[in-house]
Each structure stands twice: as C-alpha cells, then as structure tokens.
Ligand binder design. Structure first.
Ligand SMILES: Nc1nc2c(ncn2[C@@H]2O[C@H](COP(=O)(O)OP(=O)(O)OP(=O)(O)O)[C@@H](O)[C@H]2O)c(=O)[nH]1
Ligand SMILES: [Mg+2]
Length: 677
C-alpha cells in the first residue's frame, strides 16, 4: 500500500471475490488493485504474473488453487481483497474466506447458459446470510441482452437481484453504462475512470423501465419508498442509496453490476458500490455472534510455508493484535501482513485486518482465539463428502514416516482432504474433491515437504464367495524324529445369504476331536478365508466341523489349525467360487436440465437407477438415486462435472456386495493376480 495515502481511519473491510472458474476473479482483483493505486502496473494472465497468481501450484495448473489476500486503499478506506479459487474442487478454501468477508463479489460470465454455474456460490451466500453483489464480467463480449442475463441469474438466486446499471451498446460492443440511481450515462475509458456523457436517446426509455424495476424491488423492503412510488413522487437519491445499503447489509437484495476486468471497465463503479454498501467489520462480527463465541481473532486458513513455518490466517474482530502477545494460549511468534505471495512482518494488526500469525501450532480453521484459548465456533462450513481417491506410495524407500507427517500437515491445512489406509486393501488412500485437488496435494508433497510419491487408481476391494457347498477332509500328519504333528478334520462348507458373513459351527460327536482344539480349527478356517481361490477375501459362508481324529501325543493346536487350512484350501475351489463387487448407493445432484444426461452416464456405468426427485433446498436441481459398482464410481465425478459445467456432484455410501461374472470379473481376477504374485 502506498505510504502517502491519507486514510479515513475506518476499520479495514474485507471483500471476498468468488464465482465459477475462469470467470475472471483474479483479473478483477488485479483491476481493483490497479484502479485504487495498490499496484502501479497490472500483471498478465498469460504469464500468470498477477498478484492473485500465487502460489506456485496456481501458476503450473493455470488456475487459482487457494485464496490469496491483498490490501489496498480506495478513497482513504483500507480494504483487503480475498481472491478465491473458482474450481469446485478448491471450494472449501473459498467457503472459509467467505465466512470472514464483510461482502462478497460474485464474478460471472454474461452468458445466460452459464448462470447455473453461479448457483453453488449463491446458495452458500444465502445459507450463511453473507451480503453480496454480482459483477458480470466480460460484458463487452455479451451475446445476450442484460435483461436475459439477469433473468437467468435470478433463476438461481433465492434473493431478488437488482440491476444497478444498464449497458450502453454501440453496434456489437458495450461502450459504457447508465447508472440507474444517479440516472447518469458513462462512457468507458481504458485504464481510467469512465467519463460522464449525455444520456444516449437509445437507452433513455430502457433506463426508465430498469430504474422503475430497481425502485420497486427496493420498495418491497422499504415502506417509505413504497409510499413515494405509489404517490408517483420521485425519491431522493440519498434515500434510494440508503435503502439499497440497508437491504444489502441484511442480505435482502443482491445488486448486479457489470464490466470488463481486463480493461478496468466498470471497476471504479464497483469500488464505489463496495465502499458505499459493504458492512463494517463491527457489523459483520455482530451478525456472526449468533453462531460464534466472542474472541479477538478468528482463524480461517492455516498454511505450512517453507520459511515461516506454520502460518494461521486470521481476521481481527476485536481489540487488535500485537506481535509477541499471547493468543489462543500460545505466544505469537510473528505477525504478518499478506500481499499476494509476499508475507511482511508487522508490529500490529487492528480490528478488521487480515493478518497471518506464526507459531500457533494447534489451531484449526474456524477457531476463535481469545488470549487464553482457541474456541471452536458453533457454525463453520463442513467440507462435503470426499468424492475421489488416489492410492499413494513413496518412490524412495524409507520415506513412509515423512509421507505420513507431510499428509497430516496437508490435511490439517485443507480440511477437504483426508488420508488413511483402506481397511480392506491396506492401501494408503488420499481422498478429496477431485483429480486436480489431489494432484495439487501431490505437487505440494514434493515442493513443500520434499516427499516424492506415486499416485495411482486405488484397487477395488473385491470379495469372493461360494455358490454351493461341499464336504472335505483336511489331514496334517508329520513324523520328524521324536515328537510328530497330527491333526485331522472333516469340514462341511455351505454358502450363506448375502451380507450374513461367516459362521463357524462344530458338531463333533463322541469327542473325535477334543474340545480344546475347536478354537484352533476355527482359526485355521478363518485364516484360509483371507485369500480364496480367486485371490480375494472369502465372505458369506458357514463352515461346520463334523468329524476328525486326533493322536494323544502328536496332536496340538498348531497341527489342527494347519489341518483346517489344508481342508479349506482343498474345498473352496470345489464350491463354485464367485467374485463379489462392492456396490455403492449414490445420490447424484445436478441442475435439472442435465438430469437425463446424468442418468445416461450412470447407466453406462452399470448403475441401477432407482429414480429421481427434486434436490431439497435447491431450486432447479434434481437428485438421481442409483446403485453403482464402486469400480465405476472412481472417475464418476470427473464425467459428471464435464457434463454439467463443473457443478454436478454426488454423495455415496457403501450398500452391498453383488456377484460379478464375465469379462469384468475375469479382468479383476487377472489384475489382482498380477498385483499380488
Ligand atoms: N476478454 C476478457 N478476458 C478476461 C476478463 N477477465 C478475465 N479474462 C481472462 O479469462 C481468463 C481467466 O481469468 P482469471 O482472472 O484467471 O479467472 P479466475 O476467475 O481467477 O479463474 P480461477 O481462479 O482459476 O477460477 C484469463 O485468460 C483472463 O485474461 C475480461 O474482463 N475480459
Ligand atoms: Mg483466479
């Protein structure tokens, strides 16, 4: 921030910039910084040299992967902007940033067909009552009129949208705008504030209609304004502005502005709207009190950085922070301001500011810090269920401990990532929101934690069972020198119903196998089930010990366990073994225009579709319920997103095991053999 700027002394306000991927959020932050004098030259999207193009993974993946903070002043007020990632797999970071914001700017495209991409953001903002406005970017390239765009956006917003400007169109291009409150026309100027022009005759009528629409929307929440409109009186400008500010702060209406971030068009107007309408941090904190304990600062992001160690990003809500003070029961080991990739040491952070604090080892996003403790908030957005997994293995032997330490750090910083061994296959799985999310984590394991890993498709935990029963003798007899080994059992094996599991029964008559060996026989049987004839764990069968014999000197538990194993290994291949595959119950959520496409995609994945219904709480969305083989779910999310402009998603739960035959089964058996032999 330039030192010579005189400030108003008002507390720093925070605006989070969110919206669908590639809508131009990073471009808009760059423009907001440039227009306000926070940077003197704009970086370019092409070489990823903008302030928001950080960290290194954002550059290499050519998309924002986490929130980036930058501070500037506009007309004497200090602002921190949070440029949030748009790709849905990084949404958790954006959610946390939004929880800190006094206002959110939702950036979107001027294409009515893409309005649906905004709906997850608007839903979150509405659910959490976060004041927001919409900035339609790339307006120059709009193919549809503003009314059509507004209608499409309104269809995905719970709150009424009010157009605050209308475009002036010359030929194909938008060359300026009419401000509906000031009733003035402006012509865009490259790199400068727009110039005031005479109201073009072509838009004069449109302007009247649009202004009336704006006033009527505001009057719905403002009785005094409603009376004026009914009396055909012209409300004063100040009255309209105040009405709008009140409605925005209460999240009753959502103003819509537009422009072109790349060319700074409409950005000065956006700044003024923010300045006028964003609530103060005190008001935001007051609003949050219903679901948040009182404290000095709240953590919304943690980060392991190479030079500073663990940094906790906080917003200061009360009193202010001083380096060296005790916070959350721990002494602050450094206080920093964040400016893109820069982390600059500061002695103090005042109310409203966003700062990074080092050495708070145990805090988590959402925690409210008093001097003495860290308090979890009552409400903090939980990440959605993980949808995509990769199997991780270290490239260098001996790196395993390093890998689990690094994963523990990554997953505390990003709560939408989890890791752990799969209980069936034992594979180390990293779970997250999608492929880019996980591969970015893998990049970070290398760049930040110096662990090289291989990431592969996880193995499906197939099982096997039997379709018919048989009876088999297992005999173990060995005479080596003195003491021999002797065990002899007859086992009856029969299939059980799906999901009934394993049962061991004994029906020994006349003590042909002494009671004290029953346990050993059961253990021998159980151990043999770990890997059946097809190579997978055997489930859903009952084994009965019906006969056998023993030797007074040579019999032992070990000998009976071995005999049982021999019997089982001989029996199972004769029992018509069959592969079982895990089936998941999946609920796919998509905007209804894509419901039938989603059903088709599921059918092609051998799914059994159970039906579809409205998605509760989501206007215009459906939920398709289906049972899908786990094997087919692996990359389902990638296909769903490509069908639905990135917004489709699903939830899942393991449902049952189902028999699998034919080519898919043969392949699973062969793949498993290759892997384990
Ligand atoms: N013509 C034009 N291009 C734009 C505008 N804003 C952004 N772009 C381009 O669109 C591309 C994506 O812009 P970004 O600013 O990186 O988009 P983003 O919303 O930050 O993307 P993510 O953070 O990855 O979701 C870049 O090539 C920009 O140059 C605009 O106003 N006009
Ligand atoms: Mg971006």
């Amino acid at each position: 921030m330039p030192d010579n700027v005189e400030t108003t002394g008002r507390a720093t306000r925070v605006a989070a910039i969110v919206g669908p991927y590639t809508s131009g959020k990073t471009a808009l932050m760059e423009s907001l910084l440039f227009v306000s004098g926070g940077i003197t030259r704009k970086g370019s999207a092409a070489d990823r040299s903008r302030l928001g193009d950080t960290p290194i993974e954002a550059k290499s993946r050519e998309m924002s992967v986490e929130a980036v903070a930058a501070t500037t002043t506009f007309l004497g007020d200090t602002w921190t902007l949070l440029d949030c990632p748009g790709w849905v797999e990084f949404l958790q970071d954006a959610r946390h940033a939004l929880m800190m914001a006094d206002i959110a700017v939702v950036v979107c495209d001027p294409d009515p067909a893409r309005a649906v991409m905004v709906s997850p953001y608007l839903k979150f903002l509405d659910d959490h009552d976060i004041p927001h406005l919409i900035f339609i970017n790339r307006m120059e390239h709009a193919k549809a009129g503003h009314a059509e765009i507004l209608e499409a956006l309104q269809a995905v917003s719970e709150r009424p949208l009010v157009m605050q400007q209308i475009p002036i169109v010359e030929g194909e291009a938008v060359t300026g705008y009419v401000d509906l409150i000031h009733e003035r026309a402006y012509h865009y100027e490259e790199g400068k504030a727009s110039s005031l022009i005479k109201m073009p005759a072509a838009v004069a009528d449109l302007e009247q209609g649009a202004r009336q629409g704006l006033l009527e929307s505001l009057a719905d929440f403002d009785d005094a304004l409603m009376e004026k409109l009914l009396d055909d009186a012209v409300p004063a400008k100040g009255e309209v502005f105040n009405s709008l500010s009140r409605d925005i702060a209460a999240n009753l209406v959502v103003p819509v502005l537009f422009g072109e971030a790349e060319r700074d068009h409409g950005v000065n107007r956006l700044w003024k709207a923010l300045r006028h309408d964003a609530p103060t941090p005190q008001a935001t904190w007051e609003r949050r009190q219903a679901v948040t304990p009182k404290g000095i600062a709240q953590v919304f992001k943690t980060q392991h950085a190479q030079h500073t160690g663990r940094l906790s990003w906080v917003r200061v809500w009360e009193k202010g922070l001083t380096d060296g003070m005790t916070l959350g029961g721990q002494k602050i080991g450094g206080l920093y301001a964040l400016q893109g990739a820069e982390v600059n040491k500061i002695p103090r952070a005042e109310i409203g500011a966003i700062a990074a604090v080092s050495k708070l080892e145990t805090v988590r996003p959402g925690d409210v810090l008093t001097e003495a403790e860290a308090l979890a908030p009552e409400l903090w957005p939980r990440p959605p269920q993980a949808l995509f997994a990769l199997k991780l293995s270290t490239v260098k032997s001996g790196d395993d401990v390093k890998l689990s330490t690094a994963l523990a750090r990554l997953t505390t910083d990003d709560i939408s990532l989890t890791f752990g061994p799969n209980s069936d296959t034992g594979e180390l799985l990293l779970w997250g929101m999608g492929e880019i999310h996980l591969m970015t984590a893998v990049d970070r394991l290398r760049s930040l934690h110096n662990v090289e890993v291989k990431a592969e498709r996880p193995t499906v935990p197939f099982k096997e069972t039997i379709r018919k029963g048989c009876s088999e003798r297992g005999r173990h007899k060995r005479q080596t020198g003195g003491h021999g080994q002797f065990g002899d059992v007859v086992l009856e094996i029969r299939p059980q119903g799906r999901g009934e599991g394993f049962a061991f029964i004994e029906k020994i008559v006349g003590g042909v196998v002494p009671r004290n060996y029953f346990g050993a026989v059961e253990t021998g049987v159980r151990e043999s089930l770990a890997r059946g004839p097809l190579g997978f764990p055997v489930v859903d069968l009952a084994v009965t010990l019906v006969d056998g014999s023993y030797h007074a000197v040579d019999s032992s538990e070990m000998a009976f366990k071995t005999a049982a194993g021999i019997g089982m290994r001989a029996a199972l291949p004769k029992c018509d073994p069959i592969l079982l595959e895990p089936i998941w119950a999946v609920s796919v959520a998509v905007p209804s225009e894509w419901t039938s496409k989603a059903q088709r995609a599921l059918s092609q994945r051998r799914a059994q579709i159970l039906g579809y219904d409205k998605r509760p709480g989501w206007t215009g969305w459906d939920v398709v319920k289906a049972q899908v083989p786990q094997m087919e779910v692996h990359d389902l999310i990638l296909e769903l997103r490509s069908l639905t402009m990135g917004v489709g998603t699903f939830e899942w739960v393991f449902d049952h095991l189902a028999e699998l035959t034919g080519r898919a089964a043969d392949k699973a058996v062969a793949d498993n053999k290759a892997l384990t032999e």
